[in-house]
Design a protein around this ligand. Structure first.
Ligand code: PEP
Ligand code: MN
Length: 348
């Protein structure tokens, strides 16, 4: 059961609610968001109907929603209207205008970032991506530039009028990454790092939560629930492919996940066709398909010279490939009632 407190209600009303929950030997999970406070009630009450009426009658309670699913606060039942995660006046995940995040897999140098940021902004991207902390399968592979990389990202993004999304790998870096990034990315490998989820749940930045390599949709939404219940209600989901038995693609991009999660949750969802396929030639067709399927945006790897990339060169688009992709996306977006930012506006 979810109790939604009225906007403007205070501690006294909340105390009354939690006291009633405690007296019934149930557990309260209080989630204080920027806009409103939500209380999750965990446990099996004997008489649900009476209880619903009891809570609904308390001062400061806006609504009481019975939810039997394992994920509660992120469920559609808890919030029938869609969540919009706004970064700025013109960038909002879940709005009519799609958000395209683009940039290299890894931050490699200041020059690489400046060139890429200018190019993707000109094409209509509104958020710059790039990893300063890289989760690599091999401990001998390039691990990222750390704080220097964050600085290059922020500077290049500011010069081109872009937001920044970058991965935070470790609870010890949440504060540092929050100083430079507009969105904290939780990578596929960390989707069930519950300590990290709680930590970003307390951070003052929206979270981009990638689907785990072998995660079911329920597990993915439960991961989002961790962030939400910790108080951060600004979560964007990202489908990035799941492991399959076929070696033609790096992962199996599950585009059916887009309408499935949109039916289950109020959170926006974007698609990563780069990690989802691992193959440059497949990035454009799957981007078009993702937008056609209703995705709220894309996150795409773009590198000025993919052949020389420190990581994920084979799936990275060149700036020219990215220009072409954005041009092809426009009519598809229009066909499903969405728009892409005008390139000129993006290159402020
Ligand atoms: C990335 O975006 O660079 C990345 C490592 O993604 P994922 O966690 O989806 O593998
Ligand atoms: Mn990558």
């Amino acid at each position: 059961m979810i109790i939604v407190m009225r906007a403007g209600s205070g501690d006294a009303e909340l105390d009354e609610v939690t006291a009633l929950i405690a007296s019934l030997k149930l557990t309260a999970h209080v989630s204080r968001g920027a806009e409103r406070t939500i209380v999750g009630v965990i446990g099996a009450p004997a008489d649900k109907e009476t209880l619903l009426a009891q809570f609904a009658g308390l001062d400061g309670v806006e609504s009481v929603v019975p939810i039997s699913r394992s994920f509660k606060l992120v469920s559609r039942e808890a919030r029938p209207e869609r969540t919009v995660v706004r970064l700025s006046e013109r960038v909002a995940f879940g709005g009519e205008t799609l958000v395209v995040c683009a940039g290299p897999c890894s931050v490699e140098s200041r020059e690489q970032l400046e060139t890429t940021a200018a190019a993707v902004a000109r094409a209509g991207a509104t958020v710059l991506r790039g990893g300063a902390f890289k989760p690599r399968t091999s401990p001998y592979a390039f691990q990222g530039l750390g704080e220097d990389g964050l600085k290059y990202l922020r500077d290049a993004a500011d010069r081109s009028g872009l937001g920044v999304v970058t991965e935070v790998l470790d609870v010890r870096d949440v504060e540092l990454v929050s100083r430079y990034a507009d969105v904290l990315q939780i990578g596929a490998r960390n989707m069930q790092n519950f300590t990290l989820l709680r930590e970003v749940g307390a951070a003052p930045r929206p979270v981009l939560l990638k689907r785990g390599i072998a995660a079911t949709i329920d597990e993915w939404l439960m991961a989002a629930e961790y962030v939400y219940v910790a108080g951060n209600h600004e979560i964007v989901l990202c489908e990035r492919g799941i492991r399959s038995y076929d070696s033609q693609t790096r992962n199996l991009l599950d585009l059916s996940a887009v309408p499935v999660v949109q039916a289950l949750t109020h959170l926006p969802v974007i698609v990563d066709p780069s990690h989802g396929t691992g193959v440059r030639a497949l990035v454009a067709p799957m981007s078009l398909a993702a937008v056609a399927a209703g995705a709220d945006g894309l996150i795409v790897e773009v590198h000025p010279n993919p052949a020389a990339a420190f990581s994920d060169g084979p799936q990275s688009l060149t700036p020219a490939n990215f220009d072409e992709l954005m041009a092809r996306l426009r009519p598809v977006a229009a066909a499903v009632g969405r728009v892409l930012p005008e390139p000129a506006a993006a290159a402020r």
